[in-house]
Design a protein around this ligand. Structure first.
Ligand code: ZN
Length: 504
């Protein structure tokens, strides 16, 4: 058995190294590659992807897992294995099942269909014409159903799709939490809309990009992001990727006339980056050195961006620092006005521009539509209409065009159905973790007021980061908070914060 384990670990290390190489190619493509490099680059990434797929589906993995007693009924394998090893074989088994249940011709068909669909989607969005994209999305929904059937599920085909991004999460569980959120947030947004709106004109002044960049870097340092183990660059769409355990790349983008884009974007990506840099050394070179799920990853980025980065306590220390950097732009603007400006709430059409309160409503809208599409209750042709209806119910506004409605996100054109819920689950987990953190660190707000973020990061390192993928999101939530997933802490947080800000 020991020999089988060693052999399996060797394969796992090879796959992990190859994935690091894939990340280098993709990062370079987004950040540095000249436009015309794209043809050779797609050959390189496709070639490498084929090798990784071959390794991931190698029947030897199945034999080795058998020898270690791993099966669907017994995912942790033999009780004689060490605990870390049992967690590792469970994740190898999970990935192996996923990879081998999808036949190669289905995988390449999806790659072909989505590659065309993405360029058609871009054109359809430019022309704001859903009918162009419709046949491609119909094909993608059909293929997603086939993926769901192949992967297998108990209650709803959407379960199988969500599971790819959020292991062991179900449609019913998401629906339960989103119902609670919806019932609390829709009236909260309505109350805010009836209150006196906040003046945020200070955010719209000209903040020179080079000085924004310097301030973003200083913020990363304050957040204890280790620049000897990472970088910050620019890209059109901000992202974070790991090239290796000591090489985590963040990107951001700058808008001279709206500085929150870069500042909060950088803090958000730093949250992802701190997670990637915080995995236990025991897991180095294995797939346990990765996030537990997309939802947990998003809980870390949103914790830093919103719970810390948009708090009064944080700016108590950092606003004077920022004011010294931008004395002209911020002259005559006191801390309280600044705090309120960065927390202005306004229902808007575009998800990526949404504030902390309305953001989850954008996600609930997409979840409802995806669930109905995959459940056969909604036809793709009726999607724009259904989108407008949901938008009216959830946000009280209706898109003026398909470009600003059903065509705004790239996800569906890439075949990512079941991905959206993870964004809002991040908010939910994040506030559950925060409430536990506040119990463990009662002086948290005082520390933030002094600019001392060390204990907060240390808590996350110990309870979330280091754990990596050795726990499922559900297990992690239970272990850290003692509770299953619950929307209540997030609802309480938003209600308290915005009742104060808007004087409700
Ligand atoms: Zn994120």
């Amino acid at each position: 058995m020991q020999k089988a384990l060693e052999q399996l670990k060797k394969i796992d290390a090879e796959i992990t190294a190859l994935e690091g190489a894939q990340a280098v190619l993709e990062w370079d493509q987004q950040v540095y590659m000249p436009e015309r490099g794209v043809h050779a680059r797609s050959e390189q990434t496709a070639g490498l992807a084929a090798i990784v797929h071959q390794k991931n589906t190698d029947p030897v993995i199945g034999d080795l897992l058998d020898k270690l007693g791993v099966s669907d009924e017994n995912p942790l394998g033999s009780a004689d294995l060490e605990d870390d090893d049992r967690r590792l074989v469970r994740e190898i088994h999970r990935d192996f099942q996923r990879a081998t249940r999808l036949p190669a011709d289905l995988v390449s068909k999806i790659a072909r269909v989505t590659s065309i669909a993405q360029s058609v989607w871009a054109e359809a969005r430019r022309k704001s014409q859903f009918s162009l994209f419709q046949p491609h999305l119909e094909e993608i929904v059909k293929l997603s159903l086939e993926v769901a059937e192949r992967l297998g599920y108990e209650a709803h085909p959407y379960d199988a799709l969500v599971d790819q991004y959020e292991p062991e999460m179900t449609t019913a569980e998401i629906a339960r939490v989103f119902r609670e959120l919806r019932e609390a947030l829709v009236p909260l947004v309505r109350d805010i809309a009836a209150a006196r709106q906040i003046d945020n004109s200070v955010l719209l002044k000209a903040f020179p990009v080079d000085r924004q960049e310097a301030f973003s870097r200083a913020t990363l340092e304050a957040l204890q992001f280790d620049m000897s183990r990472g970088r910050l660059d620019r890209s059109v769409h901000p992202f974070t990727t790991s090239l290796g355990p000591d090489d985590v790349r963040l990107t951001t983008r700058y808008d001279e006339h709206f500085f929150p884009t870069a500042l909060f974007g950088t803090i958000h990506e730093a949250g992802h980056g701190l997670y990637e840099l915080g995995f236990s050394r025991r897991f180095r070179g294995t797939r346990l050195a990765s996030g537990a799920s997309l939802g947990i990853h998003e809980s870390m980025s949103r914790f830093w961006e919103n719970v810390v980065g948009r708090s009064r306590a944080f700016w108590h220390h950092f606003y004077p620092v920022m004011k010294a950097e931008f004395p002209d732009q911020l002259s005559g603007v006191d801390l309280e006005s600044f705090y309120r400006a960065i927390n202005r709430v306004e229902p808007s059409l575009i998800r990526v521009e949404a504030d902390e309160v309305t953001y989850s409503l954008h996600i609930i809208l997409r979840f409802e539509l995806e669930r109905m599409l995959i459940g056969g209750e909604l036809r793709v042709a009726d999607l724009p209409h259904a989108w407008r209806e949901q938008s009216q119910d959830l946000l009280g506004i209706v898109p003026d065009s398909d470009a600003n409605g059903v065509l705004q996100d790239i996800h569906w054109s890439g075949g990512a159905i079941g991905y959206f819920p993870t964004y809002a689950l991040g908010n939910v987990y994040g506030l559950q973790f925060t409430s536990r953190m506040r119990t463990d660190i009662p002086a948290m707000d005082n520390l933030l007021r002094q600019g001392d973020l060390v204990p907060v990061k240390a808590w996350l390192d110990e309870h979330i980061h280091s754990v990596g993928r050795s726990r499922t999101p559900g297990e992690l939530c239970e272990e850290v908070t003692g509770e299953p997933m619950s929307a209540q802490p997030f609802i309480d947080y938003l209600t308290r914060k915005y009742t104060d800000i808007y004087d409700l």
